[in-house]
Design a protein around this ligand. Structure first.
Ligand SMILES: NC(=O)c1ccc[n+]([C@@H]2O[C@H](COP(=O)([O-])OP(=O)(O)OC[C@H]3O[C@@H](n4cnc5c(N)ncnc54)[C@H](OP(=O)(O)O)[C@@H]3O)[C@@H](O)[C@H]2O)c1
Length: 325
């Protein structure tokens, strides 16, 4: 496994991080049992993955707890999260702390390495920083949290307005130690608006949405590119072919589009951990293998930047239905 340092947290982390949420939730969403899901975590750890991302909202903290029964606690870096505002309700600090305590109980541990405020929208940022963060600092002093983070809400915050502010704030004062940001082959805006700031302030980065629903679904890619081309947002030729990203697949390049997607994100300057979500052991192995491969050939990477680097359409930023979040 390749490892890196997660910004100024100093944590040594695998560049491949197992996401326990997303559309797969370790397979729980497609009917796998908690034991099967816990085995997936153990297999990831056997492959060298030491970063595990979960959240109170995912319903997978109990699975992480099961897996932790057979892994020495200090072998893994555990990240979890709590909401700031949901269903028209602002979460008071006591509720966020209660969520943290619940997370610790479910995961059978007495600390989390990274505790983040979850899916924070731009208009929630001031409340997150000014009202909730002081409570997290208290929990950090008690040893329940090692590092404090914040994650964005990509579905609507396409321009990374929240994280741009958070990372800008951290230039003056080391507020946030870790951020989670959406980045993929057709959503590259973080290169301009987030990574220069996180690199300057030493914030560790976790990348999400690298594949999500789109890059494992060739007909969907075709459809999306037709629409983008019709709107004049990408080169017209991309809307006229059945295989618009086919140029990535060749002997010296990627074997599959998901491989291309993970390799593209993994080698982006400023990217620390690439999260991948899966409920499938074969996908787990393929994704770890992809993340260990070298960068895409420079001509392919440059073409992705030239074709899509300007795009700010929100393509591929699929959210959960509101009820499920
Ligand atoms: N705001 C937030 O804080 C936030 C929001 C979203 C996600 N996250 C975190 O980010 C993590 C990653 O989530 P993501 O949705 O961004 O993950 P992703 O890795 O971009 O996409 C995962 C999807 O692709 C499929 N997939 C994975 N590997 C594949 C392969 N080799 N071949 C074909 N299909 C494959 C998975 O289905 P299978 O189960 O079939 O493999 C899953 O549906 C989440 O688990 C969560 O921890 C955080």
């Amino acid at each position: 496994m390749h490892t890196t340092t997660l910004g100024r947290t100093g944590l040594r982390v695998s560049v491949a991080g197992l996401g326990c949420g997303g559309f797969s939730r370790l397979g729980l969403k497609s009917g796998k049992s908690e034991d099967e899901a816990a085995r997936l975590i153990l297999e990831a750890v056997d492959l060298g993955v030491n970063f595990i991302d979960t959240a109170a909202a995912y319903g997978t903290e109990g699975v992480v707890g099961r897996a932790l029964k057979s892994i020495p606690r200090d072998r893994v870096v555990i990240a979890t999260k709590a909401f700031v505002h949901r269903n028209d309700e602002w979460w008071p600090p006591e509720r966020v702390v209660a969520s943290l305590d619940d997370s610790l109980r479910l995961m059978r541990t007495d600390y989390v390495d990274v505790f983040s405020l979850h899916g924070v929208k731009p208009d929630e940022y001031d409340y997150a920083r000014d009202v909730l963060r002081p409570a997290l600092i208290e929990q950090k002093a008690k040893g329940k949290i090692r590092h404090i983070g914040i994650t964005e809400f990509p579905e609507t915050d396409i321009a990374h307005a929240m994280l741009s502010r958070a990372a800008q704030d951290a230039l003056q004062d080391p507020l946030w130690e870790v951020v989670m940001v959406a980045f993929h082959m057709m959503h590259q805006g973080a290169r301009r608006s987030v990574f220069p700031l996180t690199r300057a302030s030493g914030i560790g980065t976790l990348l999400m949405f690298v594949v999500r629903s789109m890059f494992a679904d060739p007909p969907r890619i075709r459809r999306e590119l037709r629409e983008l081309a019709a709107k004049g947002l990408v080169d017209r030729s991309l809307g006229e072919t059945d295989d618009p990203l086919g140029f990535l697949i060749h002997q010296a390049g990627a074997a599959t589009l998901t491989e291309a997607a993970y390799r593209f994100a993994r080698h982006e300057p400023g990217a620390d951990v690439v999260l991948f979500g899966t409920g499938d052991a074969a996908h787990l192995r393929a994704n770890v293998a992809s993340l260990l491969k070298p960068p895409l050939p420079e001509a392919d990477r440059a073409r992705l930047v030239a074709l899509f680097g300007h795009l700010a359409s929100g393509t591929g930023l699929d959210g959960h239905p509101p009820a499920a979040h």
